[in-house]
Design a protein around this ligand. Structure first.
Ligand SMILES: [Zn+2]
Ligand SMILES: [Zn+2]
Length: 138
């Protein structure tokens, strides 16, 4: 009887915890999204203050009338990496920016193929397993 009662309590507690943590997770996600949007507006304004309004690839120049086509690219690909000296930012027109990202995706794809090599061939482990299994009967 005592054991039954004891085992029941943690289940109730865990259900409550799950419901609460899901609510909390939702609000964390909402908050993170809001922060990211604010941060994006923040670093774009900073980068536009810091750099001339010129695309870093095609050198097209921009004015207030078409400035929405000039975007902030993160050189190391990490949008959360926004050093105040602007060293991770590059201003690119929307076309070159898209091209830059499709290049990055290509590179990532090639890296994936390379990484799959040793994972797909389990030869070292298979050989080890054979060795262990062969040794067992002895
Ligand atoms: Zn461009
Ligand atoms: Zn970018």
């Amino acid at each position: 009887m005592l054991a039954f009662g004891q085992s029941k309590v943690p289940f109730i507690k865990r259900d409550n915890f799950m419901a609460k943590s899901n609510d909390r997770l939702d609000s964390i996600v909402r908050e993170a999204r809001r922060n990211a949007e604010q941060r994006e507006a923040g670093y774009r304004a900073q980068a536009l203050k810091m750099y001339p309004w010129v695309c870093g690839v095609c050198t097209r120049t921009f004015t207030h009338s078409n400035l929405q086509l000039l975007e902030v690219h993160h050189k190391n690909g990490n949008h959360d990496d926004n050093p105040p000296d602007g060293s991770n930012w590059e201003l690119l027109c929307t076309y070159c920016h898209e091209h830059e990202h499709s290049k990055l995706k290509d590179m990532a794809g090639r890296q994936d193929v390379k990484q799959e090599g040793p994972v797909a061939t389990h030869n070292p482990f298979a050989a080890l397993k054979d060795l262990l299994e062969r040794k067992k009967p002895e």
